[in-house]
Ligand binder design. Structure first.
Ligand SMILES: [Zn+2]
Length: 67
């Protein structure tokens, strides 16, 4: 199964990912290299928010979230 490296955006095969996955907010993340993994571990929120920003702008539910 392919997933995305949140740091550089490369597609990563979970089964051949470098090192262990990193758990963040209950989700496993996989990386193309140990450099990307270390960068993510340093500032996971930076990469998770950056990646989901685009999708959230298309999701009308986000506007109901603060009520
Ligand atoms: Zn990467």
């Amino acid at each position: 199964m392919m997933t995305r490296d949140p740091v550089c955006g490369a597609e990563v095969n979970e089964e051949s990912a470098v090192g262990d996955e990193v758990q963040f907010w209950g989700m496993p993340y996989y990386f193309c290299s140990s450099k990307c993994r270390e960068a993510f571990q340093r500032e996971p929120q930076k990469y998770v928010e950056g990646e989901s920003e685009e999708e959230l702008s298309y999701d009308p539910r986000m506007f109901l979230g603060d009520m």
